[in-house]
Design a protein around this ligand. Structure first.
Ligand code: 6YU
Length: 505
């Protein structure tokens, strides 16, 4: 039995759990260990208590909940979804990633904007955004980024607008809100950082986005339960993955292992293979020391070039709603802003202007009056450095201004995510940044040793959302990447001979 391959998985997010689950269901891998730096499973799937209810600090929806979505399938199998989400009808709805919720647009001038004006602008923006996905196979793009393309098109269109000046400015201000919203979707500071050519490679599945009634965290919890208890070690941050070596257990004469993984507490684990699922944000910060010998230049470049930004959530609980009863989405328009005018850079004075959307958590009978605000980019990272009290004060001022009610009662509670400060995440999710492409994602996913002529079996494998070329930034991308790497190992070993530890090369 000691001759069978030993596998380590680093990170217990959906990628790591998915890989471990698949490997542990095969008899070929009885020696499986999952090392997780924090005290819980789930990673960026993170449900937390907020008063008497559970809210999502990380992943919120299943994007495209339908048959092809493995997160949807697994969650359905575990009985974690409600009937509506499971219905055939729900699975067939195609909205291109943007479900339309009943929304109210508040402006910085203390007024509610007319739905007609907003709808016209929204249609324009989504038409332009759809166009940005059409450059995938175009050899030469005229501008490098999604943001620049959108602005160029908008500048053209404005010339043809026949509205009065005030309406023109207002329409531009609404467009600016959509730019900020798109920053949340892509998890980036600015759409000028998101590469235009590869933008259309991100794939959307059918199905109307759904949530987990009992919390997204139910999914990693169920996956964890299916693993042998002793195989999962928490509070085990890995500091270095050594590969290509010949390591032997101190106490034993036995065989040697090519991989040695060292943890912050000094403990070492030997293995034949390691699957690394740490976030791209962690790799960006640590890859030079985390992997030894260091990564080949092509892979290190991919880590540097691909984007990994910040999108945070701020939950606010109110005694009384200030929004109308049927409203599910509050959007914020700063009337003095335009995508055609450079934004201010004084984070302290204006970070809160980047927060332009609040979801009203549904149903109110269950949540009370809770808003979930989204804020992306450098402003979001700055927000992380503030105290809860400072965030609450700033947002109370904003909401008073939006509603034109200087006496509006402040929220009674605030809670927010701080994904950029989280040492084992360092941001929220990946995007294909200007200067990178889907090939970088594939380069990141390439196992080591990389050389096809190298006779050694692959020792270091890479999974995680940032390694999925078409589903990056999602939970299903993460899960599929974990399965992909587990399958890579399964295919290395002929299971009929696996007890003899014979790689099938
Ligand atoms: C989705 C959604 N969603 C909001 C917010 C965030 C994310 N996502 P993990 O990080 O989970 O696991 C790694 C583990 O490794 C972790 O436990 C670490 O502690 C551990 N680790 C690190 N270093 C270690 C070390 N040294 N040693 C040991 N362990 C170590 N996805 O499907 N629906 O609604 C959202 C959202 C605020 C932060 C999301 C959403 C992203 C997912 O959460 C994320 O991809 C996966 O959970 C990652 O799993 P993993 O296993 O890879 O890593 C065109 C175009 C546009 C492109 N984008 C459009 C899509 C929009 C994405 N949607 C996002 C929206 C929200 C609101």
């Amino acid at each position: 039995d000691g001759a069978r391959p030993r596998v380590l998985v680093v990170g217990a997010g959906l990628a790591g759990l998915g890989a471990a689950q698949r490997l542990s269901s095969s008899r070929a891998f009885p020696h499986l260990r999952l090392l997780e730096s924090t005290g819980r499973a789930g990673g960026r799937v993170c449900s937390q208590r907020f008063g008497s209810e559970v809210v999502e600090m990380g992943a919120h929806w299943i994007h495209g909940p339908s048959k092809e979505n493995p997160v949807f399938q697994l969650a359905s199998d575990y009985g974690l979804l409600d009937e509506e989400a499971m219905s055939e009808e729900n699975q067939q709805i195609e909205v291109g990633g943007h479900p339309l919720l009943p929304a109210v647009f508040y402006s910085s001038a203390g007024r509610v904007l007319s739905p007609e004006l907003v709808e016209g602008v929204r249609n324009l923006f989504s038409t332009l955004l759809d166009q940005t996905r059409e450059f995938l196979h175009v050899p030469q793009v005229s501008v490098p980024s999604v943001g620049e393309y959108l602005r160029k098109e908008i500048a053209q269109q404005v010339k043809e607008w026949t509205d009065d000046d005030e309406t023109k400015w207002l329409k531009l201000a609404v467009l600016n809100t959509y730019f900020k919203l798109e920053c949340c979707v892509s998890g980036t500071h600015s759409m000028d950082h998101v590469a235009l050519g590869p933008f259309g490679e991100y794939a959307m599945l059918p199905g109307l986005d759904c949530t987990f009634p009992g919390g997204y965290g139910g999914l990693p919890d169920c996956m964890l339960t299916s693993l042998p208890k002793e195989s999962v070690l928490f509070h085990k941050p890995v500091t270095v993955v050594r590969w290509g070596g010949s390591y032997r257990e101190e106490s034993q004469e036995g065989r040697t292992f090519p991989v040695q993984v060292e943890c912050e507490d000094g403990e070492r684990f030997l293995a034949d293979h390691v699957i690394i699922t740490v976030p791209l944000g962690f790799l960006k910060e640590h890859h030079e020391t985390f992997i030894d010998p260091p990564l080949p230049p092509r892979k290190a470049d991919a880590i540097r070039q691909l984007g990994f930004g910040t999108n945070n959530k701020i939950f606010l609980e109110f005694e009384q709603p200030f929004w109308p009863p049927d409203c599910q989405l509050i959007e914020v328009v700063w009337e003095d802003e335009s995508p055609l005018v450079e934004a201010g850079t004084d984070l302290q004075a204006s970070w809160f202007r980047k927060l332009i959307v609040f979801l009203v958590l549904q149903p109110p009978e269950r949540y009370g009056h809770v808003l979930c605000g989204f804020i992306a980019g450098k402003e979001s990272e700055y927000m992380e450095t503030l105290s809860d009290a400072a965030v609450l004060t700033a947002l109370t001022d904003v909401i008073r201004r939006l509603t034109g009610n200087p006496h509006l009662a402040p929220p009674k509670k605030v809670m927010r995510s701080q994904w950029h400060s989280a040492p084992y995440t360092r941001g929220s999710y990946s995007y294909v940044a200007v200067g990178s492409s889907g090939d970088d994602i594939d380069a990141l996913a390439q196992p080591l040793p990389e050389d096809a002529a190298d006779p050694r079996p692959q020792q270091v494998l890479f999974a995680g959302e940032a390694t999925h070329r078409t589903f990056y930034s999602t939970t299903h991308g993460a899960l599929l990447s974990g399965w992909r790497e587990a399958d890579r190992l399964l295919s290395l070993y002929d299971t009929s001979e696996s007890h003899q530890h014979k790689p099938r090369l």
